[in-house]
Design a binder for this molecule. Structure first.
Ligand code: ACO
Length: 319
């Protein structure tokens, strides 16, 4: 499988750290030094599927393809429009991809890597897929809770991929792992009560997170995952041109680079502008790095996600 096109889209409304400081007891200084975040984009009525449709249409336009030429649409999201229909089905309907099978994939901030891994196994030679990470996390945030509200943002990014008809896959190695015994370290959207019969309709709870536990998890498991994926790919980590990590916290990325004893310059970061956009963060970064000319055809790229589940996943590919 190879990546044909990349694209991203974020809502226009920007909320700065200073603006959040007027809503809760926090400061630009605290948020910047602890996370690297300066601002985030917040949806004003646009849904997760709206953002994903924008990305899907950009990908098709860039490739000069009609929607009917897509066989599969997978949207990685932890903030779908609804339990059913899936966000991917809404995208399929809105863009008119009548021949595509569509479903969502739920693996929080590892969702984009999990989705690429899944799509690679489902596509027949010559078939194409839209793989999109899209999130409206702002609807799952308690805007009085400074421990989570300052971290997240809304956005979408995605890739158009095609399965090779000849030659080897551009995906060279993968490693995925799930740690369900740590499920309660991060949750969002938990329903209360768990069943409603014969009571009131269920309500959805906002983000709760044990930030320190997730930080420890990420700084230990991401370097391991990258090493194992590189081993499977038959490359050394020194061969990899760019490490596109989930943008949760700039300090986590610093720490991962340090543990791998690699130059931090090889880990692009855009968290200052978007905050943590969960499954959307890696495809947004990927699209930006391509657009800036920092990523070129033939480059060896490591995509690595981590987060709710807890989950971790790395994919090594030749762009
Ligand atoms: N502004 C000001 N003060 C704050 C804020 C805030 N926004 N939030 C917390 N504080 C305070 C706390 O109350 C605490 O005060 P106290 O010492 O008086 O009790 C103090 O700051 C330190 O709080 P900590 O939580 O210990 O701060 P820490 O340095 O650990 O940073 C953070 C918190 C940024 C959340 C960090 O732990 C982190 O990044 N963890 C990883 C999160 C992550 O990666 N999530 C990704 C997964 S997301 C997904 O899967 C969807």
């Amino acid at each position: 499988m190879r990546i044909l096109e990349t694209a991203s889209y974020v809502p226009a409304r920007v909320v700065t750290n200073d603006e959040l400081s007027q809503l809760m007891d926090t400061s630009d200084e605290w948020i910047t030094t602890r996370t690297g975040i300066k601002q985030r984009h917040i949806s004003q009525g646009e849904t997760t599927s709206d953002l994903a449709v924008n990305v899907a249409n950009q990908l098709l336009a860039k490739a000069g393809l009609a929607a009917e030429q897509v066989a599969l649409i997978v949207v990685a999201t932890m903030s779908p429009d609804s339990y059913t229909p899936s966000t991917a089905a809404i995208v399929q309907g809105q863009i008119g991809a009548t021949k595509a099978v569509a479903f969502d994939l739920s693996a929080a901030c590892s969702g984009f890597v999990y989705a690429l891994h899944t799509v690679e196994r489902l596509l027949n030679p010559g078939q194409r897929a839209l793989v999109i990470g899209s999130e409206v996390l702002s609807k799952l945030i308690d805007w009085q809770d400074r421990t989570t509200a300052v971290l997240f943002g809304d956005g979408a990014g995605g890739v158009l991929v095609e399965q090779e008809t000849t030659g080897p896959s551009h995906v060279l190695g993968e490693h995925l792992a799930t740690f369900g015994d740590q499920a309660d370290q991060l949750s969002a959207g938990q329903t209360t009560p768990l069943t409603s019969f014969p009571g009131p309709v269920t309500k959805v709870a906002p983000f709760t997170m044990n930030g320190r536990a997730v930080y420890r998890f990420a700084t230990h498991e991401v370097p391991t995952s990258i090493r194992l994926a590189a081993q499977q790919a038959g490359v050394t980590i020194g061969d990899i041109d760019a490490f596109l990590l989930h943008q949760a916290n700039a300090r986590i990325i610093d720490q991962v680079a340090k543990r791998l004893q690699l130059d931090r310059q090889r880990f692009p970061v855009n968290i200052s502008e978007y905050g943590n956009t969960s499954a959307a963060s890696e495809p947004i970064l990927f699209a930006e790095e391509v657009q800036k000319g920092h990523l070129r055809r033939g480059d060896l790229v490591a995509l690595s996600g981590f987060g709710g589940g807890l989950t971790v996943g790395t994919l090594i590919l030749r762009y």
